[in-house]
Write a protein that binds this ligand. Structure first.
Ligand code: ADP
Length: 506
């Protein structure tokens, strides 16, 4: 069977008969094959064309859809960048040029990276500066406190001895100035500690009424000088013993009372503690310090809580102070999750108040009461053998004067090494240990003494008030810490509390 077109040609030119010639038959076969191939190709190409047309319209539709999606994504991208980026460079970006956007983003990422690097470098510098400042303050406080220890201590002793009548005023002025200087150093150090987040709160049980009375007594002389009365109003529903940081709470109350007394003349200052709420293990107490003094103008009522800020420029001249007290109070209360509220009327007086939530336990209460009873029957430290380790002669003289007054038996050592030797051959109820000494410092000595006599209590006695030093002292095994110039009552109390029982075998 030949292709129809070939059949037609055969009919036309060969009258329908195929000659019996092998070559012509081969030729016809070849022509036939080409006709058929042509036919198949044609069919294939027609078919192929039909497929690509379908696909083409399909692809076209998809492409259009994709272009739409892309446009929408780019618009969204531009909107998003605009909403987070206020840079004018970006506003100038036009159209939907993805490449332009990518370039823009690349530049922005680089810029941010640079800014971040700069910020990191600045942070490192600031941290180093803060550390340098903290170290400087620690060192300076040590340098200033050591001579001040002597000034305060000896003034105190001079005032208790005999002196010419005309010297009385001078001695009081000397004591006042030294105490003021000490208060200022303490304020600066405290503020530094609060600012650098280094204040960690103690949680111990204490007698709240006693603490408030202490704040009253501390300010008593100053109140009398200004013709003021201080009254304590203590809600007797408050449990006797609560838990918290007595040092810090006392500092806040003392500071507020000190201000109230300072800015009030011939008036009355009331320290009030009121029970607001009580549950099985917690109490909420409102503390207020009220006065009927000069008052604070409304426009200054916020300002006075800022550092180094006083209500008026004449305050320092007239009343003294540095403007740090309230900033410290607020900083401390913030750490205790509280804050100060103030109500004041010019010429009528002020009320500073704050609320504290404090845990309490009846067991702690009983222990504290027992401790107080023991203290009451033990008015001095007779028979207590104390080893005082101190390299500074003036400091040794001040401390031994007080220790002898309390009837202790004092032994002294100039450095840690001598102390260690003395502990090997003598018996003591307690050691008072300076930290910075030549030959062997207090930390080292403490560690070695602990190895020989692990139960012998050692109290750190140092001129530096920095907290890291206190922590280090506790780390090596010291039981307590007294900052020089020491408050005699504090030293007395800490010896009494920590010494070994007098009847125990040493
Ligand atoms: P300082 O008392 O050392 O100046 P504070 O921060 O304790 O610093 O107080 C800041 C200022 O707030 C005081 O200088 C004073 O102007 C004002 N102030 C504080 N307490 C009282 C008060 N009870 N009555 C009147 N003014 C007060």
């Amino acid at each position: 069977m030949y292709h129809t077109l070939l059949e037609k040609q055969i009919k036309k030119h060969l009258n329908g008969t195929i000659p019996d010639n092998e070559n012509i038959q081969k030729l016809l076969k070849a022509v036939n094959e080409s006709y058929q191939n042509f036919e198949r190709d044609k069919e294939l190409s027609e078919h192929a064309f039909a497929i690509s047309e379908n696909e083409y319209s399909d692809i076209n539709a998809k492409l259009r859809e994709e272009i739409d999606i892309r446009k929408r994504s780019v618009t969204k991208l531009i909107d998003t960048i605009r909403s987070i980026e206020h840079s004018s460079d970006f506003k100038e970006l036009s159209g939907h040029d993805l490449e332009q956007i990518v370039d823009y983003l690349k530049i922005q990422i680089e810029k941010r990276q640079e800014a971040e690097d700069e910020m990191r470098a600045a942070k490192e510098i600031a941290e180093k500066a803060a550390m340098a400042r903290s170290e400087f303050l620690s060192m300076m406080s040590h340098e200033i406190r050591t001579p001040l220890n002597a000034v305060v201590g000896f003034t105190y002793l001079l005032l208790q001895g005999t002196y010419l009548p005309e010297q009385e005023e001078q001695l009081h002025l000397l004591k006042f100035s030294a105490e003021n200087l000490l208060a200022l150093i303490n304020d600066i150090l405290d503020f530094n500690k609060i600012e650098s987040g280094k204040v960690s709160l103690e949680k111990t049980s204490f007698n709240l009424l006693k603490l408030i009375n202490q704040a009253k007594n501390t300010n008593f002389t100053k109140a009398q000088d200004n013709g003021n009365n201080i009254r304590v109003m203590f809600d007797m529903q408050i449990p006797q013993v609560v838990m918290g940081d007595p040092l810090r709470i006392g500092q806040v109350i003392t500071n507020l009372v000190s201000n109230a007394v300072k800015f009030t003349h011939n008036g009355i200052v009331i320290i009030e503690a009121m029970l607001l709420k009580q549950t099985a293990d917690k109490v909420e107490i409102q503390f207020s310090v009220k006065d009927n003094g000069i008052g604070i103008a409304p426009e200054n009522q916020k300002k006075i809580f800022e550092i180094f800020t006083q209500a008026s420029d004449s305050t320092t001249r007239q009343y003294g102070g540095s403007g740090l007290g309230l900033a410290i109070c607020n900083g401390l209360l913030e750490i205790m999750h509280s804050h100060i509220s103030l109500e004041s009327t010019m010429g009528k007086g002020s009320v500073f108040s704050f609320i504290l939530e404090m845990p309490y336990s009846s067991e702690a209460e009983q222990n504290a009461i027992n401790g107080e009873k023991a203290a009451a029957t033990d008015p001095d430290l007779s028979g207590t053998r104390v080893l005082l380790v101190e390299d500074n002669n003036v400091n040794t003289l001040v401390a031994t004067t007080f220790l002898k007054r309390w009837n202790t038996i004092v032994d002294t050592a100039d450095n840690g090494k001598i102390a260690l030797d003395k502990v090997k051959t003598n018996s003591y109820h307690i050691i008072l240990m300076d930290l910075h000494m030549p030959e062997m410092n207090g930390y080292e000595a403490c560690k070695l003494i602990m190895e020989i006599k692990p139960k012998l209590p050692i109290i750190a006695l140092t001129a530096s008030a920095m907290l890291n030093i206190r922590d280090k002292a506790f780390e090596v095994g010291m039981v307590d810490y007294v900052t020089k110039p020491f408050e005699p009552n504090e030293l007395y109390e800490k010896i009494r509390k920590n010494r070994l029982p007098l009847n125990s075998p040493l």
